[in-house]
Design a protein around this ligand. Structure first.
Ligand code: F3S
Length: 282
């Protein structure tokens, strides 16, 4: 059986950086917590917990020690509170998310109304929005953008995982509604690169395995994309969720993984599929 692993399966730059930082800090004995799960991988979070790094949901749960801020960022209020409490703050916010936060602040300081294209309930967007000193409008689709009021000066920023097509369509709608429009393209291509690869791979193989947290939106989306193209697609979080019968009469398997899936989880899955194949031959 041939096993093809997508070139960019697994950790993106920002998640890799945050995870390395967290494991590095876990080793020095200082009481350490992450504000929310550091990344959307329950298995990575569990490994960190085994090394003494706990997860808290808000800063009132930490009195002293160190707090690590997750890759998709926190709100300006949380950042301020962490410093005011005298905690050692390790900022693992992805630099691309940090950039989106800075642009929102810049636009707001320069007197623009601010529009963020993204999912208003996502913690990354809640963080980005919080850096504006004024009210920010969030739209998730071009339909929502159509109901915007007319404005004089508008600045647009996108959630890093937005699709370029949505941003482009929203900007086009805004053009007709404002006198001055300033757009920062803050989309990170890690998501689209993984999705494009998955589309190609799903068409090429007989079975697709997508690995990653069920709480990871980008992994779920990868699984949806693959399922549209390849009926024999399965989303698993861990190796033990694989079922041998998925590989019956299958000559080629494609593997991809969300941006928060560590390499060791991918390796375990690949080894188990190879073992299924060996069992069949024996
Ligand atoms: Fe950063 Fe892009 Fe990953 S914004 S956290 S590198 S998906």
């Amino acid at each position: 059986m041939e096993i093809i692993i997508a070139k960019h399966a697994g950790f993106c730059f920002g998640v890799k950086r945050a995870t390395l930082l967290a494991f590095e800090k876990a080793a020095d004995g200082v009481a350490t917590s992450t504000l929310g799960p550091i990344i959307h991988s329950p298995q990575v979070v569990q490994r960190l917990e085994e090394k003494g790094v706990s997860v808290v949901n808000n800063l009132s749960q930490i009195e002293k020690g160190r707090v690590i801020l997750r890759s998709h960022g926190v709100t300006a209020t949380e950042m301020k509170e962490a410093h005011e409490k005298g905690l050692e703050v390790v900022d693992a916010t992805c630099p691309f998310v940090r950039k989106a936060q800075s642009y929102v602040k810049l636009l707001s300081d320069e007197g623009y109304d601010v529009l963020v294209v993204g999912d208003r309930d996502h913690p990354e967007v809640e963080g980005i929005v919080s850096y504006a000193g004024r009210e920010v409008v969030v739209v998730a689709s071009v339909e929502e953008a159509r109901s915007l009021r007319r404005m004089k000066r508008l600045g647009v920023v996108a959630q890093t995982t937005q699709s370029y097509e949505t941003l482009e369509a929203v900007v086009e709608v805004c053009l007709a509604k404002v006198q001055e429009l300033r757009v920062f393209n803050t989309i990170c291509d890690a998501t689209s690169v993984r999705q494009d690869e998955a589309k190609i791979l799903a068409k090429q193989v007989e079975c697709m395995i997508v690995i990653g947290g069920y709480n990871s939106a980008n992994t779920r989306r990868l699984a949806e994309i693959c399922l549209e193209l390849r009926h024999n697609t399965h989303h698993v979080e861990t190796v033990d969720q694989l079922s041998e019968e998925w590989f019956n009469n299958v000559k080629s398997v494609g593997i991809t993984a969300g941006a928060s899936t560590p390499k060791w989880l991918i390796d375990e899955v690949v080894e188990r599929i190879k073992a299924f194949d060996r069992d069949k031959k024996d």
